[in-house]
Design a protein around this ligand. Structure first.
Ligand SMILES: Cc1cc2nc3c(=O)[nH]c(=O)nc-3n(C[C@H](O)[C@H](O)[C@H](O)COP(=O)(O)OP(=O)(O)OC[C@H]3O[C@@H](n4cnc5c(N)ncnc54)[C@H](O)[C@@H]3O)c2cc1C
Length: 382
């Protein structure tokens, strides 16, 4: 049975020094732009902001210096990320590349892929999307049907992906394909590819979400010819690679800080409208937040120590996203405010955004039922 202790998070003097620098940088940025972003959930897609962060050395912080990175540890990266999320900074243009595609290439990519792509990610000039889910394969990723066939000069890709966040504005996608038929073990025969989104035969069809935003897409591949060296890692090793990538995706502070804006707005609103019940409810949420932060920082320490964080990451993502959904539920009951994305007061606007976006928290990156399955299996319960 797995040991589920969450080790004491490592403190870093370098990280705490960085925290001060990031806060100063964000104060300057906020001076000009805070109002515009005050009610947003993830802070928005802003390539210029990503480039400014890249120039500071705050993207790809864990990459070795020879690939344009800062050679920092994960603990320092965590400090910078939580400051950015806390300020609701617009990090979407580089977040996926920084969090998972870059580390994936660092671990499994060829030397050519690392040399070509990692410095661009670290400079904040490279947006990535994740091509895993398909119309009939979301939770059950082993059943993907998009196929890459070996041909003269490379690989021919045919199939479709769905819910692909930012595919329409990405430079690259990390694409999961079947490269040989499923044998008795369905997890065999899958491979990952680095796909240049400018390749002919790729069509992105927008999907508009319930909040009226276009963040994700359907992406169709029709006879897309990829060069032989687009393969990432070993042919047929896709499942192992994807599993390690998902641990990066599931454990970070973005899994419980994306609705922080509403908590802040609620605290401000409670200063105006006295409500002892409201203050109690806010205190309870903040206590949960502190516990989640402690757990998530533990996972960063585990990953830094090269231990398997899959169980811990699943727990953090499940608890974190359920917490994110609880915030609008509590906020809605505490203060009788009509959520309205067009209102003039920032609390109503923030509440409306969060109510519309909260349902997706427990789906993207692995549904809560699937995560609980992983936890149960790891604990020997099934
Ligand atoms: C906002 C958002 C952004 C996304 N971005 C991306 C992206 O960039 N790239 C990408 O590849 N995907 C992305 N996704 C897709 C997401 O990862 C999938 O939607 C998710 O994995 C669920 O897959 P599905 O939609 O096929 O649902 P299904 O797998 O069909 O699940 C339907 C229901 O059945 C339950 N279920 C399924 N299997 C089990 C099981 N074994 N045990 C118990 N219950 C089960 C699920 O929990 C769910 O409630 C995104 C989704 C959202 C909402």
């Amino acid at each position: 049975m797995n040991n589920v202790s969450f080790p004491r998070p490592r403190q870093s003097d370098v990280g705490e020094k960085l925290r001060v620098e990031v806060r100063e940088f964000l104060n300057d940025w906020r001076g000009a732009r805070h109002d515009q972003h005050a009610a947003t959930i993830f802070g928005g897609f802003d390539p210029q902001f990503s480039e400014a962060l890249g120039a500071r050395g705050w993207i790809g912080m864990g990459f070795p210096k020879r690939y344009g990175g800062g050679g920092y540890g994960l603990v320092e990266r965590y400090v910078v990320l939580e400051e950015l999320l806390g300020a609701r900074a617009p990090i979407t243009a580089h977040a996926v590349a920084d969090r998972q595609s870059g580390p994936l290439l660092l671990r499994y990519g060829s030397e050519r892929q690392r040399e070509e792509i990692l410095p661009r990610i670290a400079a904040g000039k490279c947006t990535f999307s994740i091509g895993m889910s398909e119309p009939d394969s979301g939770s059950d990723l082993a059943s993907v049907r998009t196929r890459a066939t070996k041909v003269d000069g490379g690989w021919l890709v045919n199939g479709a992906k769905i819910w692909t966040t930012n595919a329409h504005r990405s430079h690259y996608m990390i694409l999961l394909c079947r490269t040989s038929p499923a044998s008795q073990t369905r997890h065999e025969g899958l491979s990952q590819f680095l796909v240049d989104m400018k390749k002919s035969g790729i069509v992105c069809r927008p999907i508009v979400n319930i909040a009226g935003d276009q963040d994700f897409n359907e992406v169709h591949f029709q006879d897309v010819l990829l060069p032989a060296d687009a393969l990432i890692g070993a042919e047929g090793d896709g499942w192992r690679q994807v599993t390690s990538e998902l641990a990066f995706e599931r454990s970070g502070p973005e899994r419980f800080l994306s609705h922080l804006g509403v908590l802040e707005e609620l605290a401000t609103a409670l200063k105006r409208q006295r409500s002892p019940e409201g203050v109690k409810a806010l205190g309870r949420l903040v206590a949960h937040l502190a516990t989640l932060r402690r757990m998530s920082r533990s996972v960063a320490t585990l990953i830094a120590d090269e231990q398997d964080p899959a169980l811990h990451a699943a727990l953090v993502k499940d608890l974190g996203t359920v917490f994110e959904q609880e915030i609008p539920e509590v906020a809605r009951l505490v203060l009788r405010t009509e959520p309205d994305p067009t209102a003039s007061d920032s609390y109503s606007v923030a509440l409306a955004h969060v109510i519309l976006n909260a349902p997706s928290s427990t789906i993207r990156g692995g549904t809560k039922e699937v995560l609980r399955g992983i936890v149960a299996k790891s604990l020997g319960l099934r």
